[in-house]
Design a protein around this ligand. Structure first.
Ligand code: AMP
Length: 210
């Protein structure tokens, strides 16, 4: 049995948080193209340099670059029996590319949703450390303000988590990513993303099954 999952939804809906929980529960890798791209930017690689301004504007990095990066990741040994994709595919061209890479396709698509107002509230309060541990100033604050509980690193706001960029990211989501819900209609499970991490977690695990 494979566990090839995708978690999809607007920015700030909680994809990364829930994907981490799924990855831990089933011992499968959490594959976030956004996190991988941010790492390239931080390391100053050729890909990072190419992607940075597009990411800062909240637009999509060109498909060929992201598909190549993703293909390499899911070909790794730890992804043989499954993975939880977060942030990929982002449009129909990427979904087609993924179909070409995967014999048998995905097993389940978890579609998380919240209102646009909630997206803005969550994203503008989001803070993370250099290792990618994520907090929210009121919903999930660190023990010491501004400091990561796990590694003591300083917390910062993602450069694309400002009001203006989030508004564009929502528009990009609606235009390019939301059509994937039709594309995957046969295997989509809708999950209400409003509530605590624990409440959403139990809804997510209910649709995954045992
Ligand atoms: P995320 O962390 O998923 O919100 O991604 C942050 C940013 O990385 C996005 O706004 C895009 O600029 C870029 N990005 C992440 N995943 C993709 C993808 N699959 N295709 C194109 N761009 C992506």
């Amino acid at each position: 049995m494979t566990r090839r999952y995708l978690i999809v939804g607007p920015p700030g809906v909680g994809k990364g948080t829930q994907a981490d929980l799924i990855a831990t529960e089933f011992g499968i890798p959490h594959v976030s193209t956004g996190a991988m791209l941010r790492e390239h930017v931080a390391r100053g690689t050729e890909l990072g340099i190419k992607a940075k301004s597009t990411m800062d504007a909240g637009n999509l990095v060109p498909d060929d670059l992201v598909v190549a990066m993703l293909a390499e990741r899911i070909a790794m040994d730890d992804a043989r029996d499954g993975f939880i994709l977060d942030g990929f595919p982002r449009n129909l061209a990427q979904a087609n590319a993924l179909d070409d890479l995967l014999a048998g396709g995905l097993d389940l698509v978890i579609a998380l949703s919240v209102s646009d107002e909630e997206v803005l509230r969550r994203i503008t309060g989001r803070r993370s450390c250099a290792n990618g541990h994520v907090y929210h100033v009121t919903d999930n604050p660190p023990k010491v303000a501004g400091i990561c509980d796990v590694d003591g690193f300083e917390l910062f706001q993602r450069s694309d988590d400002t009001d203006e960029v989030v508004t564009n990211r929502l528009a990009v989501y609606r235009a390019s990513t939301a059509p994937l819900l039709d594309y995957y209609a046969r295997i989509v499970a809708d999950v209400d993303g409003l509530g605590t991490v624990e409440q959403v977690r139990s809804r997510v695990f209910e649709v995954i099954g045992s």
